[in-house]
Design a protein around this ligand. Structure first.
Ligand SMILES: [Zn+2]
Length: 406
């Protein structure tokens, strides 16, 4: 049977095996959470990401039976109505609308300062530049920390910004003629734009001034600590080193979620996490990266309203999963923490993708008795309307992604 051919729901659950991706910001070798999921990499490999899903640029593999395996995107295309149901198959063009990832971030690097386009802009960017914007979809995302995760998240509230300016008066250079009377988004637009207009020399002298004014080392506050750490990596000419003083620098603990809507400037800087997102790879970058930057698009699109970050607390649903509510129609994500569990999953509400993090989870279709055994990082695809499954875990946490509710 080829991966695109018709399948019967009774053959489910289907075991899914994701793929790893290296990137300069990934943790090295065994330090990385990904090394346990996809072993066999060189000890010096920067294992940054693991993808479980059907994005065309790195589709997971589906094991259809003992002899047959193939890419998940083709399998879904060939069986979309059977697997996703007719409504979702039509709405999402026979594709899986969400993607699960595990990220393992080296604190010396961090990810770039970035934002993801909304649906309208994503279409436009992809039409203009399909090399840098590989699909036409938006990419709202939620991060679920596996260890404490440090990130930059939107612009600081005005009181916090005043406080930084008192501490580091040299940042006044970014305000130009703008005063705090401007408040709101006009002030943040002025400051963020003048930061990217500084040019390498003036950026470097401002970074050097901040470095002289602040102490290097632990106990100096998260913001200062991050500044000195990233300065060693990126040198003085990267505007991201200054941007972090006008953004929120926060740490989110396991058990919470952090939702990143379209156009919100952000950067994950350290830690391990699971991410669930709309199935897109569109990133507009502005700093803290050697990759392609598109500063003019970033300045045009970002949300200049200041924000106070609100981690999301999960709600337990009828299946016993802790679900993180978001406004996204493409996905809903929840998890069951590691421990001994047996629980039942119903697919009446739509197809589900499970991901097991830890050892040996067994997923059994209760109608047919068919089961699959999942190793660390493996997924199980449960088609729509096949009824009850039993999920038996020992020391694994099980994540569950499904199509969101309107
Ligand atoms: Zn992002």
């Amino acid at each position: 049977m080829s991966s695109g051919q018709f399948v019967k729901k009774s053959e489910a659950p289907f075991r899914i095996i994701g793929k790893a991706k290296t990137s300069s910001w990934g943790k090295v070798g065994r330090e990385s959470r990904i090394s346990a999921i996809v072993p066999g990499h060189a000890p010096e490999a920067c294992l940054a990401e693991y993808w479980l899903g059907a994005h065309d640029s790195m589709p997971s593999e589906v094991l259809i039976d003992a002899e047959t395996r193939g890419p998940l995107n083709a399998f879904l295309k060939g069986n979309a109505v059977e697997l996703l149901g007719s409504v979702a198959a039509e709405r999402y063009s026979s594709e899986l609308p969400f993607l699960l990832k595990v990220l393992s971030i080296n604190e010396a690097h961090g990810l770039s300062i970035q934002a993801h386009p909304d649906a309208v802009r994503a279409k436009r960017l992809h039409a203009l530049d399909s090399k840098n914007y590989p699909d036409a979809r938006h990419k709202p995302e939620i991060g679920l920390p596996l260890s404490p995760v440090t990130l930059l998240y939107g612009f600081k509230p005005i009181g916090d910004l005043r406080e930084v300016l008192n501490r580091l008066p040299m940042l006044g250079a970014l305000f130009g003629g703008a005063s705090f009377e401007l408040a709101g988004r006009d002030l943040y637009r002025t400051v963020f734009s003048s930061l990217f207009a500084l040019g390498p020399e003036r950026t470097a002298s401002l970074v050097a001034e901040i470095a002289r004014e602040t102490k290097h080392g632990k106990g100096e506050g998260l913001e200062t600590e991050v500044f000195h750490r990233l300065r060693e990596q990126y040198g003085d000419e990267d505007p991201g080193l200054i941007a972090l003083f006008i953004m929120n620098v926060i740490t989110i603990e396991p058990g919470r979620g952090i939702f990143i809507p379209a156009n919100l400037p952000h950067a994950y800087l350290a830690g391990d996490l699971v991410e669930c997102m709309a199935c897109s790879d569109n990133v507009v970058r502005g700093g803290l990266t050697p990759k392609y930057k598109d500063v003019s698009t970033l300045l045009e699109m970002v949300t200049y309203d200041p924000v106070r970050p609100q981690p999301i607390l999960p709600i337990r649903d009828a299946e016993g999963f802790l679900v993180f509510p978001t406004p996204c129609s493409e996905f809903e994500v929840g998890y069951v923490p590691a421990g001994r569990h047996v629980f039942n999953v119903s697919t009446d509400g739509g197809a589900r993708l499970l991901m097991s993090l830890g050892a040996a989870t067994v997923v059994t279709n209760l109608a047919t008795g068919r089961s699959v055994s999942l190793s660390d990082g493996d997924g199980a695809l449960l088609p729509i309307d096949t009824g009850l499954y039993e999920v038996r875990t020992h020391d694994a946490a099980v994540y569950r992604a499904s199509i969101g509710r309107e």
